[in-house]
Design a protein around this ligand. Structure first.
Ligand code: GDP
Length: 347
């Protein structure tokens, strides 16, 4: 998300006061902007300082997108990462400062204008003190926005028109290998809260159907019971996007997890995501590596396959079953969700 550079209170004040002084210096040489013509030097200083600080605050307020108009996924993302309420509070504080500065500007400009000339300078100093106090009051809000800027950098770019597949499965079952096999270029890597390696998004297009495949290393790859609330929220944010889950099970168990444990995880995820799940039984090229089984048979999978409607046996590494996966991807139906669009047609 684009948050502009956030100044500290000192930077804001420095700039405002420096520009105030410059305007006053110009006024002495009578090279002054029209709107400040005929004003006292002190009045010019106060007005200019307030304007400069207000312009900067306004620029920040205007440039931060209105969170409520964003797709729900981004709202969740911002909420998990920095907190939507805190964000609103910080922007509210900037607005408050803007309002107070407007009043101060008017108030002191008038007072300076009416005051005897020997009083003008002390009134201007008083105004500067008030300005500084207002700007210092929003220090924690500016700090927060700076923190938000840093944390909301490199947010994932989601294509809300594409059909979206979320890949899940324990670490090392072959998720990223698969993503590389089925999508075009190297996947986009973006930040995602509570993932070890961020989020990876791969794209492919088949018969004009845009498909995006999302892998979240470190998130959908361990028992849900082990997750804290924030991690759960990070997972639920994905629910706004997923049209289907492709769950990968490593049949060789070389990932370090038994098929049983992997299957259990799939059931947990199935309970949370209310979308179709396709099982990809991966690493069939080494399926019997650790088994007392010289034949190439996968009988030991029967008890699982009996309970599953939709599955494929694949080897992501050797490219076996990739065409079938792509046919499955093509058949995934996009779930039309109101919250995916800002378009008025959907509201
Ligand atoms: P991720 O953590 O789920 O993304 O797993 P990776 O894609 O990084 O794969 C983990 C390891 O398993 C890597 O060494 C892969 O080369 C290997 N691997 C992935 N798919 C297969 C497969 O189908 N067959 C074999 N033999 N190895 C695989």
């Amino acid at each position: 998300m684009m948050i502009p550079t956030i100044p500290t209170p000192d930077e804001l004040l420095d700039k405002g006061f420096r520009r105030g002084k410059k305007a006053a210096d110009l006024a002495r040489t009578s090279k002054i902007p029209k709107r400040l013509k005929g004003k006292r030097i002190e009045e010019t200083r106060v007005i200019t300082a307030c304007q400069v600080i207000k312009d900067r605050l306004k620029m920040i307020i205007d440039r931060v997108p209105d969170i409520e108009t964003l797709p729900e996924f981004y709202q969740d993302y911002i909420d998990i990462t920095v907190g939507v309420d805190d964000m609103k509070k910080a922007l509210g504080a900037l607005n408050w400062a803007y309002g107070i500065l407007t009043q101060l500007e008017k108030d002191y400009a008038g007072r300076i204008r009416r005051a005897p000339s020997e009083k003008a300078s002390s009134l201007q100093k008083q105004a500067y003190g008030r300005i500084a106090s207002v700007v210092n009051k929003i220090k924690k809000d500016l700090d927060f926005l700076d923190f938000a800027k840093a944390n909301l950098r490199n947010m994932p770019t989601i294509d809300f028109e594409a059909t979206t597949i979320v890949i899940a499965g324990f670490p090392n079952v072959g998720k990223s290998t698969l993503l590389r096999q089925i999508t075009d270029a190297t996947p986009e890597v973006a930040n995602y809260p509570f993932t070890t390696k961020g989020i990876q998004i791969g794209h492919l297009e088949r018969n004009w159907k845009k498909i995006q495949i999302i892998d979240t290393p470190g998130l959908l790859d361990r028992p849900i019971l082990d997750m804290n609330e924030i991690e759960l929220n990070a997972m639920v944010a994905l629910e706004h996007l997923a049209d289907a889950i492709f769950f990968i099970i490593d049949v060789s168990e070389t990932c370090g997890f038994t098929i049983d444990a992997q299957y259990n995880l799939s059931e947990e995820i199935n309970r949370i995501f209310d979308v179709p799940m396709v099982y990809l039984f991966n690493k069939i090229d080494i399926s019997n590596m650790n088994r007392d089984n010289s034949d190439d048979n996968l009988n030991y999978l029967d008890s699982y396959l009996d309970n599953i409607d939709d599955y494929l046996l694949i080897s992501a590494y050797e490219g076996e079953g990739i065409d079938e996966i792509i046919s499955k991807l093509e058949r995934v139906k996009k779930i039309e969700r109101k919250d995916k669009y800002n378009d008025d047609d959907y509201l």
